[in-house]
Design a protein around this ligand. Structure first.
Ligand SMILES: [Zn+2]
Ligand SMILES: [Zn+2]
Length: 352
């Protein structure tokens, strides 16, 4: 079989990766960027992107899909077809979620250099360890979630994070502000905390090209879950969205879906969306002082079937609970509400 056999009718700058419609397609000429669309599991998101930047015989792969036996061959087919020499390729992972790091091992074994931002290594050490599962359970219990549901929700999500050290994937780290080179292009490592604490984008300022991981999506609002005591992921995400809106990004490549409109407008609209959600939480606390976090989840106007909560998939319930708690953390840390822990260990929320 020659490499020509793999192309099948989607155009000169596009080829299929398998028989089910997933493709590798050129999405930008300068820098030359190819989107490899890979199968996604578990969530409502249809797929996850890996991007391949090519220049001067070098390749920069941004994110590495889910760890799946089909995705493994799909990504490798794309790289072979693009004539990427793995020994001259660098994989950069924007964050430590499993849908962005899953095939790092395959790329490393093929000879690619694997690079993550320093903050992503910190996230791996913090979130991809069993103690984080216990912390999540304790936090949800403190918000009034039942013991059984807290364990169920923590179990469904806690291991969706990679830990290259525990998994034995060889890698090195890059500092925020440093640059990665691919041929003539230099891409700056830009922190974009919010979706995770350590997530970073890659930014090519000459062409206004940004690889954003899950910092902002056009498909939906990116998930913001709680971190630890005294941390404000919603506040971090609002700052990130406003910073991205001011960068002059022309070409945005995200972890899921494609750019569909103006990047700055999308970032500001998403920031406004989060602010509306926080405002709804505040209004609910003012209307009924003393509710706990679990009681406030349905008051935040999520598009979710709260009348059929027990039938709702655990992963969906996790996203709703974790982002609601993140909004409560934001309201506490910005001084809008007070959190008072009762003798039963459950926190209640009162207007400031
Ligand atoms: Zn993610
Ligand atoms: Zn993702």
């Amino acid at each position: 079989m020659t490499s020509e056999d793999w192309g099948c009718g989607c155009g000169p700058d596009c080829f299929t990766l398998d028989g089910d419609g997933f493709t590798c397609r050129r999405v930008l000429d300068a820098p030359e960027v190819w989107r490899v669309e890979l199968l996604m599991h578990d969530t409502f998101l249809p797929s996850v992107n890996a991007f391949v930047v090519l220049d001067g015989g070098e390749a920069l792969v941004v994110d590495a899909g889910t760890p799946d036996e089909f995705n493994d061959t799909r990504l490798m087919r794309a790289l072979v077809r693009l004539e990427v020499d793995p020994g001259r390729a660098t994989l950069f992972c924007t964050h430590s979620h499993i849908d962005h790091t899953g095939l790092a091992r395959e790329l490393a074994l093929a000879g690619a250099r694997v690079v993550v931002p320093e903050g992503v290594l910190s996230d791996m050490r913090r979130f991809a360890v069993p103690s984080w599962r216990d912390e999540m359970v304790a936090r949800m219990r403190g918000e009034g979630v039942s013991a059984a549901e807290a364990r169920e929700l923590a179990d469904v999500i806690w291991d969706h994070t990679s830990n290259f050290e525990l998994e034995g994937v060889g890698f090195s780290t890059v500092a925020p502000g440093s640059t990665l080179r691919c041929g003539r292009w230099e891409l700056e490592v830009v922190p974009t905390p919010g979706h995770t604490p350590g997530q970073c984008a890659l930014w090519e300022p000459v062409t206004g090209t940004a690889f954003l991981g899950d910092a902002v999506l056009f498909l939906c609002s990116t998930c913001i879950g709680f971190w630890g005591d005294g941390e404000d992921p919603i506040g971090e995400q609002l700052s990130t969205l406003r910073r991205l809106a001011g960068m002059g990004i022309s070409h945005a490549f995200m972890g899921h879906g494609l750019q569909d409109g103006d990047v700055a407008e999308r970032c500001l609209a998403n920031a406004a969306h989060h602010e509306r959600r926080s405002a709804r939480a505040l209004a609910a606390i003012e209307a009924t002082p003393g509710l706990c976090g679990a009681e406030l989840v349905p008051a935040m106007d999520w598009h979710a079937p709260f009348d059929r909560w027990s039938e709702t998939p655990a992963l969906t319930r996790w996203f709703l609970v974790s982002e609601s708690v993140a909004h409560l953390d934001h309201l506490v840390l910005t001084g809008a509400v007070r959190r008072v822990r009762g003798a039963d260990g459950v926190s209640r929320y009162l207007p400031a």
